[in-house]
Design a protein around this ligand. Structure first.
Ligand code: SF4
Length: 238
């Protein structure tokens, strides 16, 4: 039996059929393109848009709504107001303290007492206004008699801080005092060892420094705090 591929006449016909079918294909594609363009001009959709619903980026209002009149830890029993936080949702710089004090508990706003006034002056000294930054605390309710927050209370409240940071996505966090620094950096090192350097927490630069209430009691430490703030200012304007 002789192989048909060895027949030169058959090969030439195959080549002709092949080039003919390529030409037809190009013609067909061009026809199809023209048809699609025409139908689209009439409003037809050939590639329907995805019906998958992407959840909208949450806002601070939504995070606050989720928190509600929170009773997740025992601090709800003694608080007057939840102190959620305030400032710009688009802040590049977020200040995080330990927890509300008496004035904050009464007013429902963060850092409004004497320590808060000092924080406001510090913010102004680096060329910013309170409205341009965001200010909050690790826990949102005042511990009785301003005692230190307990680990269980911090762990219960922390998811809401995380959500706030997810919404704001700041460039820099200034951790005010031991509890804020230790919670954000997952360490038990003291603030005196942590302050003055940038760390990375949640992909954000974190600068621990002294809490303004500590500075009021220890004014000789203000110089060190000011050094820390100058580093923040430099990073902020980069
Ligand atoms: S401290 Fe946080 S978790 Fe505890 S009751 Fe207040 S808002 Fe809720």
């Amino acid at each position: 039996m002789v192989c048909s591929d060895s027949n030169p006449t058959t090969n030439s016909m195959d080549e002709k059929q092949k080039s003919l079918s390529e030409g037809q294909l190009i013609e067909l594609i061009n026809d199809l393109k023209g048809y699609v363009a025409y139908q689209e001009s009439l409003g037809a959709e050939f590639f329907p848009r995805s019906t998958t619903k992407i959840p909208p980026h949450p806002t601070l209002t939504e995070v606050r709504r989720d928190l509600g009149e929170c009773t997740r830890c025992k601090l709800h029993l003694t608080r007057r107001h939840i102190v959620f936080g305030e400032g710009s949702e688009k802040a590049q710089l977020v200040f995080i303290g330990e927890g509300p004090g008496e004035d904050e508990d009464r007013q429902g706003r963060p850092f409004v007492g004497k320590a808060g006034q000092l924080l406001t002056r510090i913010i102004n000294a680096i060329g910013l206004r309170r409205e341009e930054v965001y200010i909050t605390n690790i826990i949102k309710c005042r511990p009785p008699h301003n005692r230190n927050p307990q680990q269980e209370e911090i762990a219960t409240c922390e998811p809401f801080l995380n959500k706030q940071l997810e919404v704001i996505q700041p460039k820099i966090i200034c951790a005010l005092g031991t509890f804020a620094a230790q919670t954000l950096l997952k360490t038990d090192a003291k603030i005196s060892r942590l302050r003055g350097r940038f760390f990375s927490g949640r992909g954000i630069k974190v600068m621990p420094t002294y809490h303004p209430a500590f500075l009021l009691r220890n004014p000789h430490k203000k110089k060190e705090a000011w050094e820390d703030m100058k580093k923040i200012q430099k990073e902020y304007i980069k």
